[in-house]
Design a protein around this ligand. Structure first.
Ligand SMILES: Cc1cc2nc3c(=O)[nH]c(=O)nc-3n(C[C@H](O)[C@H](O)[C@H](O)COP(=O)(O)OP(=O)(O)OC[C@H]3O[C@@H](n4cnc5c(N)ncnc54)[C@H](O)[C@@H]3O)c2cc1C
Length: 593
């Protein structure tokens, strides 16, 4: 059975050595009292919850799955409900929520690291409260005062959970064609009818009520995405005292049988005149839902980061234990029948690939969480604006780059186990199966890449990308005279210059032929992802050198060198692919495929 211990040492390195959050929080009035000791204490407790409560349920959840009882009732796997009760009792749902609604008001950097650990322990379980947190973000931004009092407080306490209901049988990526209808009831509420599919945590027995955030069309809605409104549709309509009252006409018609995340109920949700209330303005539902989607996209990146870390830990333990063959340079453990497989360069390639991607992902997501804290709490509007623009640019990168890398690295970690990696008992197949969905839902990774290149980079004339490039340029200038850093800053400077040139080049090509954006977008996202990771690794190397480059810091430096030698060179291929052009992709007529 896989084991997991939260990587607190590395989290502390990223938070306190690399990003120095203990200093920066002092400049954010809302968080000025949050000190290092508080953060360490919260993370330590969160780590216990991960390894002691939800990690032991991960394989059970995979094996047993959820059960649909034929009458719309769905039960989660054994132990899930009890673990959720403990989660709520401990106050975990409210960690980074607004104190005005019962939250603890801790910064996003804390919640972010907690989510990494809890995802490592049990992604399927965490999706129940994870979606609730995304619903929190949306209701907090767009809910009326009454909606906040009645519903938001229950989401913050964890008493009720939330869902996002977008997808329909004929409509996934293209939300403009969704059909679910919302007719006014004349009393301020609406009657919603339609079918939603693939709704995560759509029905379960963890909480006494579920708040569905549903996209639907009003009778006078214009066609396309400009005619979509967002509704709050509770499973039980709250009574006068705010407790679950009348059962609403929204039900789980079935649950899906799927490749992974078996512990999370993926539901067909039927709305049959269900009562709902508008969130935000009519026909502007997609903008409101985007708040939830952006939060969920960052959450999906954290899902994969968590999966990759857990798979890595187990692969390392196995590689130190499994005896096969001898080290090419001579026996490492002559007294034993064979050496542990960690002596073999190829096994190290697999372990270091997962290590380098995971540690860079941790640094990158902690830094982006700090941007969220700046965006919410910095007193200077210019700093808030910069953070907001960087987050807009980098959200698709967090979602797609991390999930693509985790798919590769969970597979490599499975490979370290040889045949045993394919046998269910060891649990390595579950990391591969569970992490696969992260590349698909919340907008496929192909759609994330289009969002990055088309909307975030080209549509604003490269302004957001320019902000990101400026930060990296400033780092390069700061370390220009540092000879010890040259092995990192040299390749980073070249990558930055090449990416600036490519961005201009693609802008010109896109004007000539819109297909060029779709053709170049996935390679472009890989390049931006590597630009971010190369910057993170160079920053981590600089800090490690400042700390003497021995012990923990020596291992960091070695991993940084591996990243630059083995993983960054992927960009050479991606630059060629990004410039290969649309013509070769579009040459074959659809009928000739
Ligand atoms: C386990 C699971 C849980 C889910 N949870 C939820 C949930 O909680 N709530 C919810 O609303 N939905 C949920 N989904 C739905 C999920 O978000 C969609 O499956 C996903 O967005 C893709 O939509 P689709 O499956 O209809 O694929 P399609 O939209 O049909 O896409 C098929 C392929 O075509 C590509 N494609 C489509 N359009 C374009 C385009 N314009 N340009 C380039 N390529 C394109 C896609 O990238 C993809 O590769 C879930 C799905 C699964 C499997």
């Amino acid at each position: 059975m896989p084991q997991y211990t939260a990587p607190l040492r590395d989290m502390h390195f990223v938070l306190f050595d690399l990003l120095k959050v203990q200093d920066e929080l002092k400049s954010l009035p809302r968080y000025a009292d949050v000190d290092r000791e508080t953060i360490e204490a919260v993370l330590e407790e969160g780590a216990k919850f991960a390894s002691q409560v939800i990690q032991p349920l991960n394989q059970v959840g995979d094996r047993e799955g959820c059960t649909w009882h034929g009458d719309g009732v769905v039960t989660a796997p054994p132990g899930f409900k009890e673990a959720y009760a403990q989660f709520v009792e401990a106050g975990w749902p409210s960690v980074s929520c607004d104190p005005d609604f019962g939250g603890q008001g801790l910064p996003a950097i804390v919640n972010n690291r907690l989510y990494e650990m809890w995802n490592s322990a049990n992604q399927a379980w965490l999706m129940y409260p994870g979606l609730s947190h995304s619903a929190y973000e949306c209701l907090h931004a767009f809910g009326t005062d009454e909606q906040k009092q009645v519903y938001l407080t229950k989401i913050v306490s964890g008493e009720w959970t939330g869902t996002m209901c977008l997808t329909e049988p004929h409509c996934g990526t293209d939300l403009g064609i969704l059909k679910t209808k919302a007719e006014p009831n004349g009393d301020g509420s609406f009657a919603l009818s339609g079918t939603k599919i693939f709704i995560s945590a759509g029905e379960h027995d963890l909480a006494p009520n579920i708040l569905h955030l549903v996209l639907a069309r009003l009778p006078d809605a214009p066609a396309g995405t400009k005619g979509i409104s967002l509704f709050l549709v509770p499973k039980f309509i709250p009574d006068a005292s705010g407790q679950p009252g009348e059962r609403n006409a929204i039900q789980a018609g079935s649950i899906e049988h799927k490749m992974g995340i078996h512990g999370n109920a993926t539901c067909v949700i039927n709305l049959d005149g269900a009562r709902g209330w508008l969130i935000g303005e009519p026909h502007k539902g997609l903008a409101a839902m985007f708040v939830m989607m952006n939060s969920a996209r960052l959450g999906v990146g954290m899902q994969s980061l968590g999966q990759a870390e857990a798979a890595h830990q187990n692969a390392v333990a196995y590689a130190k234990d499994r005896l096969q063959g001898r080290a090419p340079t001579g026996a490492a453990q002559p007294a034993k029948a064979a050496d542990p497989i960690i002596v073999h360069p190829d096994v190290r390639r697999m372990l270091l690939t997962s290590r380098a991607y995971t540690e860079a992902g941790r640094a990158f997501t902690t830094w982006t969480a700090l941007l969220i804290d700046r965006e919410h709490a910095h007193p200077d509007p210019a700093v808030r604006e910069e953070a907001d623009e960087l987050m807009a640019l980098l959200t698709p990168v967090v979602k797609a780059f991390i999930t693509d890398n985790a798919w590769e690295t969970t597979t490599l970690c499975q490979q370290v186990f040889g045949g045993h990696g394919y046998i269910a008992e060891w649990g390595m197949d579950q990391f591969v199966r569970d992490s696969r969905i992260n590349m698909i839902y919340e907008g496929t990774n192909g759609i994330q890449a289009l969002d990055l290149l088309g909307r975030k980079v080209l549509m604003d004339g490269g302004k957001k990308f320019g902000r990101f490039a400026t930060l990296i340029q400033a780092f390069l200038e700061e370390h220009a005279a540092n000879a010890a850093m040259a092995e990192f800053t040299g390749p980073l400077a070249k990558l930055l210059a090449d990416t600036v040139a490519l961005t201009k080049d693609l802008g010109a090509r896109a004007q000539a032929n819109p297909d060029e954006v779709g053709a170049a977008s996935v390679p472009y996202l890989r390049i931006i992802g590597h630009l971010a990771y190369a910057w993170m690794w160079a920053r981590m190397a600089a800090v490690s050198l400042q700390h003497g480059g021995e012990g923990f810091y020596g291992t960091k430096l070695a991993t940084a060198r591996f990243y630059f030698a083995w993983l960054l060179p992927e960009t050479a291929h991606q630059f060629r692919a990004a410039r290969a052009g649309a013509a070769t992709l579009m040459a074959i007529a659809a009928d000739d495929f």
